[in-house]
Ligand binder design. Structure first.
Ligand code: FUL
Length: 747
């Protein structure tokens, strides 16, 4: 069932539950703390506030924005997870250019590139001595190529750090499942990667763990893998299935509003910890099992902890629905607006953003992805290049000697404001150089002394009173806040609660470029619809197009509501001082017949009932979120919908939309058949589309469209075939499968 999906993250969580931590010298301050028996909740909270990142964790956090590059056999097989039996002859990029990858990544402001040296299919992008399943047996460069080496070289030249993804799960390797032999094989591969390609800044172990080619499951010897990494690349952080960096808990790109980097580390072996206190307390320890929970590090979570650890979050998300490149997703690249939103919700919420940009079959990052990244960069530069606190004067309600309030706006990360011992709430009054307009704020704690702030608010002086403009809980390494434009000469940061003396190493105010709002934001209409455009910025005008092209200075200027009488892709942007200054916002409008009523032969599930029958005829498309109220779900049954247009119409196109999210047991229909009828009794089959169900991690929405030759009809029936049960390769094989539909359009 969807409420209890069996997916790879479950195995990730399981392994995190049992994984061990490497030995660390017990010194204070450190990136862990032991709670001694009898310590009060108060003492524990103070202790948590002094746990600090290790030097490698700190350098990693300071990178803020890093790139994932999924490239390999799957790129050529058009899949997300290979089987391991793919022919190396298939791997043949025609124009691989690692320098292009690095340039795109650097231009976007990312500081590291993590390449999938080996994914679950076992194919190695470097000529590994330990397997034949690698580039040397591919036609690419006559078998003389080495992708990892080209990437390493390009990164070195550009000053970009290099990370490697090495999948422990290997569906090709024969020894997989014969635990000691495969563990040695895996360590050998690690040694190759960590010895021959210069400095490695991150090793990324994914949590997926399935059966190997021999049907056996592997017991990973994580400790021995970590040992190899610490020995060969001590500066590298080990992420996800590792002790340094944790998975944020979602692949959506949206981290938690409250994100603590200090978490309880529950021990399985308390006696051992007590006995070895301050020496080698780590063996037998594990981090919380539920990394997907809403709360990992609040007072409530840590008050009963036996030890605490600095374990910061990394937010991994792909710029496309899939991790690997698929031509069919060229139009599904996230928009700059969406990427900006993700940036605020990851980097801006005390996490590092790991954004995946998959090169195509040529071995190059494709145009749509580059365009989206440029749009993201442009908005970030427009927003953050001018810090409006320049020249501000700061008065703190309390400050420690050498750590004045002014340190928070001096642009020197080493200087920071903090309070005297025992002062855990305080205010900073910031007098700006003049009256200014801003709609974004940045706050940074000095995490080299710990993460402390639990609640804060931001106020602006209206001339008469202080008005609250934003509030938040945790700050951590970085917190970004968005709020409606505010004009003021004085602002105030109020730290309401902190675990010990609060710190601020940076405070900034910014003005983001104008945002264009389209109302309604797309949808369908029968004869005409009126669309209003507006911007949140005084003095800005709006230019737009209706054919899907990006607006230019020559495009139509918006003045009165646009009357649409045909389908359109509306793109609008704002202009100030004769310059286009915002990324275009896009909305799709479809002209279609209104459906008067809809009925289903088999009922939809009450669990995913959307707005009832109306869901498929309200003109509103659903998002990729299965909980979106625009979805109707059918469990195990086909979706057979009959819609009534109210009167006979001349129809040329019928479209039905569906969701694929196999991890949640939602499959596309295996076939969709379209029928028409004038009397609802005699039906004529006007077309059918088949869609083979393939194993994939890809989450997407897909429209099944049937073009017909101007048929006059009043009733239309769409019969979508549910796969019935989850196929044999699915972790929940045999369980009832879901079919999700959002809309039927008749044009
Ligand atoms: C997952 C893998 O199964 C996906 O294919 C992808 O590599 C993602 C980043 O990690 O666990």
């Amino acid at each position: 069932m969807i409420e209890n999906p069996t997916n790879k993250r479950c195995s990730l969580v399981f392994y995190l539950c049992v994984m061990f931590f490497p030995c660390v010298e017990a010194q204070q301050p450190s990136n862990y703390a032991i709670i001694k028996p009898g310590e009060s909740p108060e003492e524990i909270i103070h202790k948590a506030a002094t746990v600090i990142p290790s030097p490698r964790q700190l350098s990693w956090q300071q990178m803020e924005f890093i790139a994932f590059v999924h490239f390999g056999m799957n790129t050529f097989m058009d899949r997300e997870w290979g089987q391991g039996n793919e022919d190396p002859a298939v791997f043949n990029p025609t124009d691989l250019d690692a320098r292009q990858w690095v340039k795109v990544i650097k231009d976007a402001g990312m500081k590291m590139l993590i390449v999938t040296a080996k994914h679950h299919d076992g194919f190695c992008l470097w000529p590994s001595k330990y397997t034949d399943h690698n580039v040397k047996n591919s036609p690419w460069k006559g078998g003389k190529g080495d992708v990892v080496s080209e990437v390493a070289q390009a990164c070195r030249e550009a000053g970009i750090k290099l990370g490697v993804y090495l999948s422990p799960w290997d569906r090709h390797e024969k020894s997989y499942g014969d635990s000691p032999t495969y563990n040695e094989h895996f360590r050998n591969q690690l040694r190759e990667l960590l010895s021959n390609y210069g400095d490695i800044a991150e090793v990324w172990f994914d949590g997926a763990c399935g059966e190997g080619p021999n049907g056996k499951r592997q017991e990973y010897d994580w400790q021995s893998y970590y040992k190899v990494i610490r020995e060969l690349q001590p500066q590298a952080v080990i992420a996800i299935m590792g002790p340094d960096i944790r998975w944020v808990g979602t692949e959506s790109g949206y981290g938690r509003e409250t994100e603590w980097s200090v978490l309880p580390r529950v021990s399985q072996n308390l006696d051992a910890i007590a006995a070895s206190s301050q020496q080698d307390p780590i063996a037998g320890a594990y981090v919380p099992g539920d990394l997907m929970g809403d709360d990992l590090g609040s007072r409530d979570k840590i008050k009963t902890a036996k030890s605490l650890v600095w374990y910061p979050a990394e937010t991994d998300v792909s710029i496309r629905p899939g991790w690997f490149y698929h031509e069919g997703q060229d139009d599904l690249v996230k928009t700059p607006g969406k990427l900006v939103d993700i940036y605020y919700s990851s980097v801006g919420r005390n996490s590092v953003l790991l954004l995946n940009i998959p090169p195509d079959k040529r071995g190059r990052i494709s145009g749509n992805d580059i365009k989206a990244l440029k749009g993201l960069r442009k908005t970030l530069d427009q927003t953050f290049s001018t810090n409006l606190t320049t020249g501000a004067r700061v008065i703190a309600s309390n400050e420690r000697l050498g750590h004045s309030g002014a340190s928070s706006v001096d642009r020197d990360a080493k200087n920071y404001w903090t309070t005297e011992d025992g002062v855990e709430s305080a205010t900073l009054d910031i007098q700006l150089a003049r009256t200014l307009t801003f709609n974004r704020a940045l706050l940074q704690e000095n995490i080299t002394v710990g993460q402390r702030v639990e609640a804060f608010r931001l106020e602006a002086w209206t001339g008469k009173t202080w008005r609250e403009i934003a509030r938040g809980t945790t700050i951590g390494y970085k917190r970004l806040l968005r709020f409606p434009s505010m004009t003021a000469a004085k602002v105030r940061v109020v730290v309401e609660r902190s675990r010990t003396s609060p710190t601020l190493s940076a405070f900034g105010l910014f003005k983001a470029p104008p945002n264009v709002v389209i109302e309604p934001y797309g949808g369908s209409f029968e004869t005409e619809t009126r669309v209003r455009l507006s911007t949140d910025t005084k003095g800005a005008t709006v230019r737009y197009t209706l054919d899907g092209t990006d607006p230019t200075m020559r495009s139509a200027k918006y003045s009165t509501p646009i009357v649409l009488t045909r389908s359109a892709i509306l793109k609008a942007t704002a202009v100030i001082g004769g310059e286009l200054c915002a990324e275009p916002v896009v909305a799709r409008f479809i002209r279609c017949f209104s459906v008067k009523s809809a009925e289903f032969e088999k009922p939809f599930s009450p669990k995913y009932a959307g707005h009832g029958e109306a869901t498929i005829m309200n003109g509103k498309r659903a998002s990729l979120d299965l909980n979106d109220k625009e979805w109707l779900g059918f469990l195990g049954d086909d979706m057979i919908a009959t819609v009534d247009l109210g009167q006979a119409r001349t129809v040329s196109k019928i479209t039905a939309g569906f969701l694929q999210q196999q991890g949640s047991w939602i499959f596309l229909p295996s076939a969709v058949t379209f029928f028409v009828s004038e009397d609802k009794t005699n039906w004529r089959d006007v077309g059918a589309l088949k869609s083979p169900i393939e194993q994939t991690e890809r989450v997407l929405t897909k429209d099944f469209t049937c073009a017909v030759d101007k048929i006059k009809t009043r009733y239309i029936r769409v019969a979508a075939k549910n796969v019935g049960v989850c196929p044999s390769w699915h972790p929940s094989a045999g369980e009832k499968a879901w079919l999700f539909t959002d809309e039927i359009f008749v044009e």
